[in-house]
Design a protein around this ligand. Structure first.
Ligand code: GCO
Ligand code: MG
Length: 406
């Protein structure tokens, strides 16, 4: 059996996605997602110029060997662009294997550990009352874990909050011709967040647990203060308090409180997880299979996490396509150390024309479909109608104009 062709789709049904199709000489085809938000074309080019020529003629059944060949064969191993490109190849190969076996991918991984996966949704508002309403809407729909973000007085726009106000979208569209600039004021933020959770906790009591995302913006001492002040509200997790390059900085935060910590959405390989697992610095690992070399490598990370009592909270923002989300559904169905799955897919109607599936999202859970492979149908003609649009992630500046982490 041989890979006969591979085609790269860069499509924009509401936002940009990089989808790889792998065809075989036996007629079975598979699809993978390699979307890297704001950096889509470099992934497409890496696939087109470096990986696809090597893939043609390879035996698609040998997923591990193809993974190792593409990874080691680059000499310049890893990096977000290469690992996203590799992810799209890997996910497409697992899709093919599932279709050949007539089995959903979770069965190939070892079978389901659970019937359905708990999800969390994004609730946000320009101020605390709006965020409370947004949380209420998710609560009514049966969600038991809800992410809560709120605007900060004096800061015009803030991560996770819809600038137009209202709570329905719960996400700042990052697409723009050039990066949108935001002002970031750590001190104002640090004063606001405990007030948010005080209000939410008096309103919802123990019936919901909250997630909050600091999006890598704090310094360790600030993060330690926040995690300590939020301890009384027993969050499900506090996410990405600092940039992850220096794991040793997390000891300070860890020692400050029992607030569970989540990290890893910008990781692209197992080595970055290593100090966090080995030194017990986090509770949830946030990797996305589409940025960490696909199912093959994500499974390895999840097994390694289990050894250290770290549970999964795989990344599920609007920039992971339904193909990437399906990979997470299969991993989550299998993973013995599953925690929760973020679910914030793009609400654009064109999405449903391009991607179709029978994974059932209901009552704060997703029940995986038993369809072979990923269980996603990709409509190529519809995808071709939605051309790539240049877009960037935002940029933060401190009140004095200094560039800061977004
Ligand atoms: C999350 C993330 C996202 C990222 C986005 C960047 O927790 O869902 O922080 O919203 O900002 O994926 O591309
Ligand atoms: Mg995040």
């Amino acid at each position: 059996m041989k890979i006969s062709n591979a085609e790269i789709f860069v499509t924009c049904p509401g936002r940009n996605f990089v989808i790889l199709k792998i065809e075989t000489d036996q007629g079975v085809v598979g699809y993978g997602d390699g979307t890297l938000n704001g950096r889509e074309l470099p992934v497409a080019s890496y696939l087109r110029d470096c990986m696809v020529p090597m893939l043609i003629g390879m035996d698609p059944r040998r997923i591990e060997d193809i993974w190792q060949t593409l990874y080691r064969g680059a000499y310049w191993q890893g990096g977000p662009v290469a690992m996203s490109a590799l992810a799209s190849v890997d996910i497409a190969l697992w899709d093919i294997k599932g279709k050949m076996a007539g089995m959903p991918i979770y069965d190939l991984l070892g079978g389901r550990s659970r019937d359905r996966l708990m999800l969390y949704g994004h609730a946000s508002g320009a101020d605390i009352p709006q965020t409370v309403d947004a949380v209420g809407a998710w609560f009514e729909r049966g969600y038991k874990v809800i992410r809560a973000q709120t605007g900060v007085p004096g800061t015009k726009t803030i991560y996770g909050v819809n600038p137009a106000g209202g709570a329905s979208l719960g996400f700042v569209p990052s697409q723009a011709d050039l990066p949108i600039e935001h002002v970031w004021d750590s001190e104002a933020y640090l004063r606001m967040v405990p007030k948010l959770f005080e209000t939410l906790s008096s309103r919802f009591g123990d019936s919901v647990q909250f997630v909050h995302d600091s999006h890598h913006r704090l310094r360790p001492i600030e993060a330690a203060r926040l995690s300590k002040e939020l301890e009384q509200f027993r969050l499900f997790w506090l996410e990405d308090v600092c940039r992850p390059e220096r794991a040793d900085r997390f000891r300070l935060i860890r020692n400050a409180s029992t607030t569970p910590l989540a990290l890893g959405e910008v990781f692209h390989g197992i080595q970055e997880c290593q100090p966090y697992f080995e030194e017990n610095l986090i509770d949830f690992i946030r990797i996305a299979a589409i940025h960490t070399g696909g199912l093959t490598h994500a499974r390895r990370i999840i097994d390694y996490a289990a050894l250290h009592d770290v549970r999964t909270g795989l990344h599920g923002p609007p920039d992971v396509s339904p193909i990437g989300m399906a990979a997470h559904v299969h991993l989550g169905a299998w993973a013995p150390n599953f925690g929760v799955q973020e679910w914030a897919t793009m609400p654009a109607p064109e999405m449903n024309d391009v991607f179709a599936h029978e994974h059932v999202i209901e009552g704060g859970h997703v029940t995986p479909s038993g369809a072979p492979g990923l269980g996603i149908r990709f409509n190529e003609d519809e995808a071709r109608k939605h051309e790539f649009k240049r877009s960037y992630i935002g940029l933060n500046r401190l009140p004095d104009g200094t560039a800061w982490n977004y």
